[in-house]
Design a protein around this ligand. Sequence first.
Ligand SMILES: Nc1ncnc2c1ncn2[C@@H]1O[C@H](COP(=O)(O)OP(=O)(O)O)[C@@H](O)[C@H]1O
Ligand SMILES: [Mg+2]
Length: 226
Amino acid sequence: MAVVELTQITKAYGAGENRQTVLKDVDLSIEAGEYVTILGPSGSGKSTLMNIIGCLDIPSSGNYHLQHQDVSQLSEDELARIRNQEVGFIFQQFQLLPRLTVLQNIELPLIYAGVSPKERRRRAVDLLTRVGLGEKGSVYPHQLSGGQQQRVAIARALVTKPTLLLADEPTGALDQKTGQQIMGLFHELADEGKTIVMITHDITIAKQAKRIVRIEDGQVQEASHP
Ligand SMILES: Nc1ncnc2c1ncn2[C@@H]1O[C@H](COP(=O)(O)OP(=O)(O)O)[C@@H](O)[C@H]1O
Ligand SMILES: [Mg+2]
C-alpha cells in the first residue's frame, strides 16, 4: 500500500481578496520504495506540496494519509511525532545547527525520539561513515564545504530510519559537480529501497529519478508511473 496518498488536496493562503489557491485538487500516490521527483517552475507550489507531504503544514481541504495514518485527524503533538518518526527532511540550505558538531547534528532527531546516548552515537557514527565523512564527526558545519554539509544533512535525515526521505532542491545550493555527487548518493539510497521524494525545478535532476511528477500552477499534470 502507498506510503503517501494525497486525495483532492487543496491549499490556499490568505483571506478575502488576497486569497490565493496554491494547490488545486492534487491527487498523488507514492508507493514504498519509489524514487520520485516533483518537477515544476518557481512558484508552482512545490514547497507547499512538500510541506504537506512532510506534515509541516496541513491542507485546506482534501485527504492525506502518510503510512496509513490520516494526517488531518492528528493533533500538533502527533504531527510532530509523525514528522520525527516517518520523515527525513533534506533542504537546499542544509539547515544544520551551527553550534553543534557534525555528530551532534546527526544525533539530534534521536534525542527527540528518546534514543539512548550510546545508541545515538553509534547510529550517527555509522551514518557519517555511510556518507563518506567518517573523519569529520567533531568539526562544526562551517568547517565543511557545501557538499559535505549536505552529506551531513542526509545522514541526519536517515538516522531515525524514516519511511520517507523528502528533499527540497537538495542540489540547489551546490555547484554542478558537487550536486551530481549528492545525486549519486540519492541514487544509492534509492537502489537500497528507500522511498525518496525530491523536489526540483531542474529537468536534468528530475530525469535521474524513476518517476517524474510535474506540477504547474498548483496542479499535478502527470503523476503516472513509468
Ligand atoms: N506561507 C505562505 N503564505 C502566502 N503565500 C505563500 C506561502 N507559501 C507559499 N506561498 C505562495 O504560494 C505559491 C507557491 O509557492 P511555493 O510552494 O513556495 O512554490 P515553489 O516551491 O514551487 O517555488 C507562491 O505564489 C507563493 O508566493
Ligand atoms: Mg520551493
